[in-house]
Structures are given as structure tokens and as C-alpha cells.
Design a protein around this ligand. Sequence first.
Ligand SMILES: Nc1ncnc2c1ncn2[C@@H]1O[C@H](COP(=O)(O)OP(=O)(O)OP(=O)(O)O)[C@@H](O)[C@H]1O
Ligand SMILES: [Mg+2]
Length: 498
Amino acid sequence: MEPILEMKHIRKTFSSTVALGDVSLEVWPGEVRGLIGENGSGKSTISSIAAGMQKADSGEMVFQGKPWNPKSMIDALQHGVGMIVQESGTISGVTVAENIFLAELGQFKKLGIIDRRAMNKKADEALRAIGVNDVHGSTPLAALDFQTRKLVEIAKVVMKQPRILVVDETTTALSQNGRDILYDIIKRFRKEGKAVLFISHDLEEIMEVCDTLTVLRDGARIRDFRKEEFDPDAIRTSMIGRELQGDYYRGDFTPSRLDEVALRAEHLRSGDALKDVSIDFHRGEIVGIGGLSHCGMHTLGKILFGAEHPEAGSVTTADGTKITNETAAMKHGIGYVAKDRDVESLALNTSIRDNIAIAGMERYAIGNFLVTGLKERPYVDAQIKSLSVKCSDRDQLVSQLSGGNKQRVVFGKWIGRGSEILILDCPTRGVDIGVKKAMYELMDQLKREGKAIIMISEELPELMGMADRLIIMKDGVIMKEFARSRELSDAEIIKYMI
Ligand SMILES: Nc1ncnc2c1ncn2[C@@H]1O[C@H](COP(=O)(O)OP(=O)(O)OP(=O)(O)O)[C@@H](O)[C@H]1O
Ligand SMILES: [Mg+2]
């Protein structure tokens, strides 16, 4: 048997950054190969080279026995390698169907005019083929949320029936239903003797989904694991090059908080997402909010920050101010890490420095408006250091950072601002275990400094590991509240989620 794809001695640099030193990788028929490694280890780079998104500096690729030099992603897809990218892979100004057929609108042209009906119909077919039933070709993409856009992107790639499917850190953006759709596709690829390259930071998921696993570290291939060798500790150790000491989460199991209420949500309503939700958030408390992705918790996060307006109800700070917009929220010391970092949290085409400095403005402003570079630089550098953002320097564009390093910049932006109330919506999405641990430690420290922390998450272990109080939502209502305890069991909690 021959590999479907062979990548030999691939090297890729970005000015002084060596993204890939000398990496060789093969993908075999019927194989689902996982790629795992810390943020910035080169996973997106190696897979995007295979999928034609960028070119290697040197090295060689062979696909189905022939030299492989795709000119673009579209070229690669048309010849058998398709990729679901880590960040947004769709265009928002056009419809779902136009996204799906972007490169080949020509096939729907009759006498110079595009037959939209035919195109929409084909788009619907592509979506139905992967099991997405409630999205239509004619819908403007802008009307869809991030997860549905990802499904459109998946439909577009799978429709072309590639021999190799690359899935880059996609599942964290999907709800269970979306994940199941993707897992079904992956199983089908395996059965049909095709192949999948699967990137994820979720060790449990990757061990479940993949047949083999390749660990990358600092742009080098460190070790391969076959399914029967899968062992979480061994994989982690080879990822970070040393053993990870101690526990991830806070060490105590005693719920605690200060008496003072920092933020009060009263009778919030918002369509189907929230139906009369009231919660008091105290200083010195980590409140975890969990549930399935459409339970309303993400909408709640936006409303608490004033980024969305409820139909009824109010959000009030300790001094009695009503929070109705983001400016008021920021002025009253509220920080917000949004779930979809590209859309809501970062200005991608500006530097790390500008992103971190904008939120931290008043910390180093002299008077009210004068910002001096002299003060700004050490401040920004301190944030970069404390979250170990992997970058060339503070002036690097955020768009050039790896996915997890972008998330660190978002986190740094709000922590550095000295926010008294932090709303964190899936804060550890896409970050590697080392930094996850650092983020948890930081949260624990902020709690002990008396800050109020609201952690919205789809990952039960981190909620159980960190929260003083765990609130479970379903269909826009609070189903149950659990106090921190060593005895909490996930089975018990999940009962209230589904
Ligand atoms: N366009 C670019 N310009 C400059 N540096 C880049 C660019 N793209 C990637 N890099 C750098 O190359 C390295 C590898 O990045 P890559 O995106 O492959 O990491 P990754 O393993 O996918 O990480 P993550 O888990 O965070 O997504 C990083 O140090 C990153 O900052
Ligand atoms: Mg990546």
C-alpha cells in the first residue's frame, strides 16, 4: 500500500519565525490521523500547505503517486485535498449558495446570467447530503451564526468529494449536533479508503476520533502514536516536552465568595434564548454557567456586557448603574471575552500592541487622553509575557498569530485592563493545555483579589474544576444550581442539560 499523501522535509518560515523546521508526514488510505501540539507548534501551517493555502519554502509533496504543488486552496480542493480552516472560511457579504459555489459560478451561467434557482437548489442538496436540513442556499451568510457558517463550509468542501479532508480545530466551534455531523463524515471517509487529518486540542476527542496521532512541537515532528499506544499522559508529555506538574484546576473544594453583589441580572428575556433569567454575581466568586450550546448562556454573556439588548429585564452594577451598552460596561469595569474571537474580540489587521492597549487605555493614559508609547510598550510586553504569547514582537499583526495565540491576546486585553467583573465565554477554546493551566491559575488569583468571574463554557470538566457555583441552563431557563463540591458528578449535571 502507498500513502495517499507524502510530505517530505517541509520547511516554512515567516521572517525570523520558523513555523516548520523539517517536517515529513504521510497519510494512508483509510487513516484518520490526528495532529496535536501546543499553540504555534505548526499544525495549521503544515496542513494548510497540504491544502494549497500557502507554499512551503522547501520540501516536496507527493499526492496519489504524483508531485503535488497546488496553486491555491481551490486548486487543491478540485484535485482532491479539502480543508476546513481554523478561523472563518466563508465570506459574509454573499449568500450560502454563493459561498459554496464561489469558484465555479460559471456552471450556473445561462446566456451570461447566473441561474440562481439552480444554484440554490444545488446548495440545498450539498447541505442535505451532510445532514443539515434547516439552512438554505438563498440565505445571506451574514444571517447565520459562526457554527452554522462552519457547517456551510463543511458542505462546500465535502461536496467536492476530496480524497483527503483536513479539519483544523473545527469542533470547538460546533455544538454536539454539528460535531456529530462531522464525526459521521470522518467515519465515511475512513470506510471509503480516503483519509482525514484531524486537528484538535481536545485530547479525549482526538483519541476517540483518530487511528493515529502525530505530535508536533516547535515546528518539528516529535512522535507518532498508534491507537493502541494512546495514553493521555504520554501524549501530553511529548507535546510539551516535560511532565505537566500538579492539577489543572483550583485545589480547594469549598465554595466561597464575598457578600457584595457585583452584578445583578434580573428577569432577563430575549426571544427563545432567555426566558426570565435572574442571577446575582458576587465579588470573589467564580460562577460557572453551563449547558448545551444553544441553551441561552452565550446570549446571556452578551447581554451582561451590554453587547445585546434584552426584550425585558435589566443588568445592574453594585452602584446601581444599568448596563445597556458596551461603553457603559467597560466604564464600570466589566470585561468580556467573546466566544467568536474573530468576529467580536480582536481587530485582526492591527498589531498585538494595539489590541491589548485599546482595552487597557486608562491604565496608562496620562490625564484622560494622552497615551505615550513609552508607557504603552512595557505594559503590552508585560501582558505578552504573562500569557506567553508566541509572536515575533508586539508590533506583529494579530492576523498572523496561530489560533490559540490570538485567544491569549483576547484574554490579556481584558485581564490587563484590571476589570472588576470578567465575563468569559469559552475562554480556553483552542488554547493548549499549558496555557489553559495558566488561565485557570489567573482566574483563581483574580477571584482571590475579589473580582467577580462569570465563566460560560461548554466544557463540563473546567466548570466543575473552577466554579464556586455552577448554573445549568436549558432552553433559556435555569434548570439547576450546584454548589462547588468534591462530590459533584458529571452524570448528575448532564441530566439537567439535556
Ligand atoms: N502569516 C504568518 N505570519 C507570521 N507568522 C506566522 C504566520 N502564520 C503562522 N505564523 C507562525 O508560525 C507558527 C506556527 O503557527 P501555526 O498557526 O501553524 O500553529 P498551530 O499549531 O496551528 O497553533 P494553534 O493551536 O494555536 O492554532 C506560529 O509561531 C505562528 O505565529
Ligand atoms: Mg492552528
